[in-house]
Write a protein that binds this ligand. Structure first.
Ligand code: FAD
Ligand code: PHB
Length: 389
């Protein structure tokens, strides 16, 4: 097979890139190791920045997002029993949209199918070659047969555990990492949310988050020890622990029910630099991970794809490489802003027993400042709704 761009990974980054390239008349194939059903079944992020919504519009896939997505003008923080509303709209003029990553993925997959885009699911042993020259290749195995794709560029959109980043010589890569000493236990359930808006909770027993997917489907998280096994948490234990971290009004409105999905995600900040090696360009989780506290992971994948699609479109229209050369630097500037913000929000809201009473007092002072200074509130709000790109 010969294509202009070989995209590795059919997560939001790969699918969004595929759609933008298709609209620009650039020929691409998407190679994904899992089945389509498996990719669609992964419950992950739920909050889209306005810029990402605009990208979905540009990609021509925002119809259902506008019909079913919930526009949120703010969210609440419940800190040590005190509630404070972050008025995102009032502070920034912008909003966020609650729309699950599963729905984003489904909309993009359907658009690709109706456009007749080439996709290979259940591609085994994907490997990337010769990206330091002018003729990169990708090899994979499908139904017991070996295949090779010749291309001009490889887009590494294969997530944190993908094959693209590890294929770069270690000497060409600088990694920066922080691993947090806890995880998030998440539950999805067909019960109405406790509140119209998200509630981020900082409690003596640990962090909690009340989120949602729709008016009838809730997504809740609680901070848990890294060693915990998801099988050891019954639904009843989860609901009981969540309720203990809420305040009376939220507890009174909490509706429990059987979990549709339950999983534990470790929290980590990670950046690999640069994001381009010759004709291999990394985008999304393949290059960086943020803890979910700031709701930035999916949105960063979208901003990378924005810069990457622009660079490839410029290359094929005019032969220029200015945007390709600028790609890594542009992405990383925004990535580090989101890494900082996610790290900061994680530090503000989680229980860090090893930081002792000093650490808790600093968190309290930070919350006090956030709630009493419009400048501090605006800073949080500006980052939460997403920095411009
Ligand atoms: P991915 O969605 O990971 O997609 C990568 C794709 O590449 C996958 O389909 C994978 O199967 C495929 N792939 C991997 N290796 C290969 C290979 N060798 N060959 C071919 N294909 C391959 N963000 C939030 O904002 N809020 C959250 O609550 C949240 N929860 C999360 C929970 C978990 C468990 C994880 C892992 C992430 C979570 N995130 C969350 C982050 C967010 O979901 C990601 O930032 C987002 O999925 C990034 O999209 P992506 O396309 O870059 O990567
Ligand atoms: C979610 O709904 O899954 C979600 C929302 C906000 C976050 C993280 C996850 O910060």
């Amino acid at each position: 097979m010969r294509v202009q761009v070989a995209i590795i990974g059919s997560g939001p980054a790969g699918l969004l890139l595929g759609q933008l390239l298709h609209l620009a008349g650039i020929d691409a194939v998407i190679l994904e190791q899992r089945s389509q059903e498996y990719v669609l079944g992964r419950i992950r992020a739920g909050v889209l920045e306005q810029c990402m919504v605009e990208m979905m519009e540009r990609a021509g896939v925002a119809q259902r997002l506008h019909a079913e997505g919930l526009v949120h003008h703010g969210f609440e923080i419940l800190f040590g029993g005190e509630r404070h509303r972050m008025d995102l709209h009032g502070l920034t003029g912008k909003d966020v949209t609650v729309y699950g990553q599963t729905e984003v993925t489904l909309d993009l997959m359907q658009a690709r199918a109706s456009a007749g885009g080439k996709s290979v699911y259940e591609a085994d042993n994907v490997s990337v070659h010769d990206f330091d020259g002018t003729k990169p290749r990708v090899r994979y195995r499908k139904d017991g047969r070996e295949h090779e794709v010749e291309c001009d560029f490889i887009a590494g959109c294969d997530g944190f555990h993908g094959v693209c980043r590890p294929s770069v010589p270690a000497s060409a890569l600088t990694e920066h990492e922080r691993v947090y000493p806890f995880g998030w236990l998440g539950v999805l359930a067909d019960v109405p949310p406790v509140s119209e808006e998200l509630i981020y909770v900082s409690h003596d027993r640990g962090f909690a988050l009340c989120s949602m997917r729709s008016r009838t489907r809730s997504r809740y998280y609680i901070q848990c020890p890294l060693e915990d096994k998801v099988e050891a948490w019954s639904d009843a234990q989860f609901w009981e622990e969540l309720a203990r971290r809420l305040d009376d009004p939220a507890r009174a409105r909490l509706v429990t029910g059987p979990s549709l999905e339950k999983s534990i995600a470790p929290l980590r900040s990670y950046v690999a630099e640069p994001m381009r090696f010759g004709r291999l360009l990394l985008a999304g989780d393949a290059a960086h991970i943020v803890p979910p506290t700031g709701a930035k992971g999916l949105n960063l994948a979208a901003s990378d794809v924005h810069y990457l699609s622009q660079a490839l479109i410029e290359h094929y229209r005019s032969g220029a490489s200015r945007e390709l050369d600028a790609y890594s630097g542009r992405c990383l500037r925004r990535v580090w802003q989101a890494v900082r913000f996610s790290w900061w929000m994680t530090n503000l809201l989680h229980l860090f027993p090893e930081n002792g009473s000093f650490g808790r007092k600093i968190q309290c002072a930070e919350f006090d400042y956030l709630t009493s200074s419009r400048a501090a509130g605006t800073s949080l709000a500006e980052n939460y709704v997403g920095l411009p790109y």
